[in-house]
Design a protein around this ligand. Structure first.
Ligand SMILES: [Zn+2]
Length: 249
């Protein structure tokens, strides 16, 4: 499916950034495959096995082992006239001038994992979020199925009306970077109280918005410790910032 809106909210932001970067570098790309259903993955798996063609994937749909099934990966293609014949349609995957590598490098600068950097299979048109490792093993452990994983995005993307009113402040706040990372913090948390999402680690930092009690926030393992307090860097819908871990369950 070529529907970027079905992807992880943070990956959608990365795609917008990548498109902008490519444009600056005079490279035009399109976004191809995004989220893949079990049926779509099974159809791909059949290629070269029970269906015609050559083998294109080692991931069975029912095993949820393609990152595309988890909504954290997308493929791109070129919209460029690489061979100079006046057409772009025949050059979608023409790597004669090294454009895939260029786009791959640009993606890496904004924190995307590029399939072209893999040893096997080398997958130049592929990008994914790096947070859960290169394969789906960790996601399977944490969530079981893509449906359950995606349900955590739904709850985090439903931002309250009150929260929306404060987006003006959010836009003004520059969020500081987390100082540490520990995979033991990677999971969805529920807020135990109305909780301030702040632009930095510390009770004195600017409030981006107040997250109501009982909402889900997602931590990807990044945090900053101030004294004995752990401030987790979390995603809440389209907002990212710091919350004190004490108020999370
Ligand atoms: Zn891919």
């Amino acid at each position: 499916m070529r529907d970027t809106t079905k992807l992880h909210p943070r990956l959608q932001e990365k795609i917008a950034e990548l498109l902008e970067l490519c444009e600056k570098n005079k490279i035009k790309i399109g976004i191809g495959e995004c989220v893949r259903t079990v049926a779509e993955q099974d159809a791909l798996y059949a290629k070269g096995r029970t269906a015609a063609g050559s083998i294109v994937t080692n991931c069975k749909g029912s095993s949820y082992s393609s990152m595309h099934q988890w909504g954290v990966a997308f493929d791109f293609y070129l919209i460029m006239d690489v061979d100079g014949d006046g057409k772009t349609s025949d050059d979608a995957f023409n790597d004669a001038t090294g454009l895939f590598e260029k786009v791959g490098k640009l993606g890496q600068t904004i924190g995307l994992e590029w399939g072209g950097a893999w040893k096997s299979p080398v997958d130049k048109p592929h990008f994914q979020l790096p947070d859960w490792g290169s394969t789906a093993t960790k996601l399977k452990q944490l969530y079981g199925t893509p449906e359950k994983f995606m349900a955590t995005w739904d709850s985090t993307s439903k931002v309250d009306q009150t929260a929306k009113k404060e987006t003006v402040t959010a836009a003004k706040n520059k969020v500081e970077a987390a100082k540490s990372k520990n995979t033991k913090y990677v999971k969805p948390y529920t807020t135990k109280a109305n909780l301030n999402l702040r632009s930095g680690a510390g009770a004195g930092k600017d409030i981006i918005l107040t997250i109501p009690k009982g909402k889900t926030v997602m931590c990807y393992g990044y945090y900053t410790k101030v004294g004995s307090t752990v401030w987790l860097f979390v995603q809440y819908g389209k907002y990212a910032g710091f919350v004190s871990k004490e108020y999370l369950a």
